[in-house]
Design a protein. Structure first.
Length: 370
């Protein structure tokens, strides 16, 4: 027994030695950079061999939330990370707003399944530069979001970090099976509908980045953010689509597919197209853009439609509906019909204002890039 113990210990020490040496050795054959795959292809690559073994797992990876059978109802579960330096910059992000946003983006994933978040857990990795008072401010934002969305904070974890602030939120909701909406249900001739307006969050981010750069170059110049409250709020404190889910419920409309707009309209259209095995046609002149976005985009020499298509972080809902519901939505200012579903053989198309047709591509935000 003693010989076996020392043999195992020797093997463990050898493995540790190899790990340490690998840190200092220059590898002859370089591996594949993660950035070559991007976020979504990386997820597909890493999880392709995972098969569900429990009958209670209805939907695992591949939608806005997992779906788990729980008695007569189904649970919706979603997790998102917010990492300092990747998803937010504390130079211009108030901690209270950040706490609110951390909850809202997770609640948005549950809304994208046609449900509501009921509980969350919040886990933090915090460096020693943060004070207790700073974390209290962060949790004030979390508490406000929980109050607004009627969500209970039920757990989490806290640990130290050597590289800034990391926030992980898991949201849980429950829903009747018949009301669940996946990305994969779009049918040919369905209408493509978007809530609210798009591009504001992206321009809010560009504004904040610009003012930060100006301040770094000349600290005596105060940031000029006046007149831009709308785009700043859309970036710093977005809202989940609870009210849209409620309106659809009141109108007795269950979408055939749905997703939230977190990575840009074009990217989300392609997600629905791929999951539903269909093509989609999107019209430029139908894309909802607020007048403040148009004006600010002009200041940045940007096309506002580009901001809507590729900006991301709007957290509006994009969904498809049967044409029989058209009359219910056509006069509601909260909803805009932006396209329709066509056969897969026709591809994904973007119809410009001049009537010309182009292949729809996505350049949306990717958190995994060089």
């Amino acid at each position: 027994m003693r010989v076996l113990f020392f043999a195992n210990l020797q093997n463990t020490c050898h493995l540790i030695y190899l790990c340490i040496m690998s840190l200092f050795e220059e590898k002859k054959a370089a591996g594949t950079p993660i950035s070559h795959l991007g976020e979504f292809k990386l997820i597909d690559h890493l999880t392709s061999n995972f098969k569900s073994v429990n009958n209670s797992t209805i939907m695992s990876i591949g939608d806005d939330a997992a779906v788990i059978k729980s008695g007569k109802r189904h649970m919706l579960v979603s997790t998102d990370l917010l990492i300092e330096g990747v998803h937010f910059d504390l130079a211009y992000t108030p901690l209270k707003h950040l706490g609110y946003k951390a909850v809202a983006v997770n609640a948005s994933d549950i809304c994208a399944m046609n449900g509501y978040a009921n509980q969350i857990t919040v886990s933090l990795a915090v460096s020693n530069r943060f004070t207790v008072e700073a974390l209290e401010e962060l949790y004030e934002g979390i508490a406000l979001a929980c109050k607004n969305y009627k969500i209970d904070l039920v757990g989490g974890d806290t640990t130290s970090s050597t590289s800034g602030l990391v926030i992980s939120v898991t949201a849980v909701g429950d829903i009747d099976k018949k009301n669940i909406v996946y990305r994969s249900g779009a049918k040919v001739n369905d209408l493509l509908v978007c809530t609210g307006d798009l591009g504001a969050a992206y321009l809010g981010l560009q504004l904040l980045k610009r003012e930060k750069e100006i301040f770094i170059d000349n600290p005596s110049i105060q940031p000029d953010l006046s007149g831009n409250d709308y785009v700043l709020k859309r970036q710093l404190r977005p809202e989940a689509g609870n009210r849209y889910v409620k309106i659809l419920e009141e109108l007795n409309i269950i979408p055939t597919s749905m997703i939230d707009v977190s990575d840009g309209l074009a990217s989300e259209v392609l997600h629905i197209s791929k999951a539903s095995n269909v093509g989609i046609t999107l019209y430029e002149d139908k894309i909802p853009v607020d007048h403040t976005v148009m004006n600010l985009a002009n200041d940045f020499n940007l096309n506002p439609i580009f901001c809507a298509l590729n900006g991301g972080e709007d957290y509006e809902l994009l969904f498809t509906i049967n044409q029989k519901h058209y009359e219910k939505l056509k006069k509601d200012v909260d909803f805009t019909i932006v396209g329709y579903v066509n056969d897969k053989s026709e591809g994904n198309n973007f119809i410009a204002r001049d009537g010309s047709s182009h292949k729809l591509t996505a350049q949306g935000w990717d958190s995994i890039k060089e």
